[in-house]
Design a protein around this ligand. Structure first.
Ligand code: HEM
Length: 501
């Protein structure tokens, strides 16, 4: 009944709930997007809900995204919300277990090691990994036989989780780590990964086996990486592999201190984890949609023939520069990240009372909402990525929306990537924090893996579409919100060898 008593006029409306401590946890946990959309209808773009005793204020729409992602770090801090989840996994002194200024420097160190030259060399490595996988994994028996009429099936989540870790290890993590990606290492990785769940985020430090295994796995992985770094240090400069680890070994913080081994190890672990679920779930959704849309599979294959076709009827190797020109492929990946961005909630903690701008929510001329100090503030860019006021037929996966026959929108997108303001048909959009399309976030915590992820996802799709045809049977899988990232429910894709492979 206390909820019927109006709260302070300046506080955003509170979402109605029956059980005080639990609050809206069941609705949010079951289907966060549906929950946000329903609340938006009832309360507008700014409202507060209770999540296991915590107050969470949600700000939706483009201005809501801007409010959270463009917020000042002194007012809205990410580390207060995430560190108890990520520190036991990534380790000490990196990412959210250090002052934000240090994280910014660490992000810069990684960025400078992700150069175009490196990307050029990654394309062949990723393609080789996919080829090896198709030739060795038992789910691809039907491919390994020569009969083109034989259909087989592969499990979507397992396959793309494995392809993602194999390709990321081979490229970002370096040769030594890829070579040691044995069953033993896979188990350590899996134990670490099982610590990345909503339960571990909401209740840190429970005496459960998954918590103990996570901690043991972190220790093992951290020691393993540090032993590799020590071995590297004993090599002469010219003998060292030119990879992210090596690049981190040469960087220095602004005060002149080099990165200690444990920080290099923990940054590498963080990169592995940050890219794993995001890329594997994007690959899974993309391939499911393609399996469901024969016309787009055909368009992608035709694009490859047009681009890479050789006089003898084969397809030449792919180069980094080519990938940027493939507009059907670009639209397919872009559209998957619009409809299925892996991260549905981006959160910060308010360190002070922060007024909500009138563009986002102003209940009346003389009252402006204020988010009280201590609230978790949450943006959900997926809500604007699926907003019917912005996108035509917003919930439908339709890559054609990103280009037309003349490639007009594709051109607009190129300008957008270069940081210009562009009209996609829903008004001018800039690359900053006020945008209806933010799968990689924005502002100081923006993703540094975007280009790598595009390269990885695109190259895997190219390698698959060249060799196989796909279809799905039965219903298209729904989204599963049970883990920290949105992924499809367990499902399988049918495939057969392409005629001219
Ligand atoms: C941050 C999405 C792949 C490393 C972010 C954020 C988003 C995001 C939305 C912002 C989080 C926030 O503001 O709290 C994605 C998607 C990916 C992807 C959709 C793939 C499809 C990767 C990869 C890497 C990576 C491959 C590593 C190579 C990072 C890092 C941050 C970040 C280091 C910064 C965290 C911070 O500053 O707080 N990513 N990411 N991501 N991502 Fe990614």
């Amino acid at each position: 009944l206390w909820q019927l008593i109006p709260g302070p006029k300046s506080q955003p409306p509170m979402v109605w709930h029956w059980i005080p401590f639990l609050g809206s946890a069941p609705s949010y946990g079951r289907d966060p997007i549906g929950f946000f959309r329903e609340c938006r209808e009832k309360y507008g773009n700014c409202f507060t809900f209770i999540l296991l005793g915590k107050r969470v204020t949600v700000t939706l729409g483009t201005h809501g995204n801007d409010y959270v992602l463009g917020g000042k770090h002194t007012q809205l801090a990410a580390e207060d919300v995430y560190s108890h989840l990520t520190t036991p996994i990534f380790g000490k002194d990196v990412v959210y277990d250090c002052p934000n200024e240090k994280l910014m420097e660490q992000k810069k160190f990684v960025k400078v090691s992700l150069t175009i030259d490196k990307f050029r060399s990654y394309v062949g490595m990723i393609e080789d990994e996919v080829k090896d996988y198709l030739n060795s994994d038992t789910s691809f028996r039907a491919y390994q036989m020569d009969d083109i009429n034989e259909w087989g099936a592969f499990p979507v989540l397992k396959t793309f989780a494995e392809v993602t870790i194999l390709t990321a290890s081979r490229t970002l993590q370096g040769r030594e780590i890829r070579e040691r990606l044995t069953k033993d290492y896979a188990q350590v990785y899996s134990d670490l990964d099982h610590g990345f769940t909503p339960l571990h985020w909401m209740i840190p430090g429970l005496p459960l086996p998954s918590y103990r295994k996570r901690d043991a796995a972190h220790l093992k992985m951290s020691n393993f990486y540090q032993s590799l770094i020590r071995a590297r240090r004993s090599l002469a400069e010219h003998e060292r592999e030119d990879d992210v680890m090596n690049s981190l070994m040469q960087q220095k913080y602004r005060d002149g201190t080099p990165l200690p081994d444990h920080e290099i190890a923990h940054i590498l672990i963080a990169l592995l984890m940050a890219g794993q679920h995001t890329s594997s779930s994007s690959l899974a959704w993309t391939m499911l949609h393609l399996a469901d849309r024969q016309d787009l599979q055909d368009a992608l294959y035709k694009e490859q023939v047009a681009y890479f076709g050789t006089p003898d009827g084969g397809l030449r190797d792919v180069r980094y520069e080519d990938i940027r020109e493939l507009k059907v492929l670009d639209a397919v990946v872009r559209e998957t990240l619009r409809v299925h961005p892996p991260i549905h909630s981006i959160m910060r903690k308010a360190h002070v009372d922060i007024p909500v701008p009138a563009t986002l929510a102003a209940p009346s001329e003389d009252v402006r909402f204020v988010v009280p100090k201590g609230d978790i503030v949450l943006a959900s860019p997926i809500v604007s990525q699926l907003d019917p006021a912005v996108w035509e037929d917003s919930d439908t996966w339709e890559p054609l929306r990103w280009y037309d026959e003349k490639g007009v929108a594709a051109q607009a997108h190129k300008q957008y990537n270069e940081g210009e303001q562009v009209d996609f048909g829903f008004g001018l959009v800039s690359k900053g924090t006020v945008s209806p399309y933010l799968p990689f976030g924005a502002g100081r915590h923006r993703c540094i893996g975007e280009q790598f992820a595009y390269l990885q996802i695109s190259t895997v799709i190219i390698a698959l579409i060249r060799r196989l045809e796909f279809r799905i049977e039965g219903e298209f899988p729904k989204a599963d919100y049970a883990s920290m990232m949105v992924q499809p429910m367990p499902s399988q894709i049918m495939y057969r060898r392409r005629k001219f492979d």
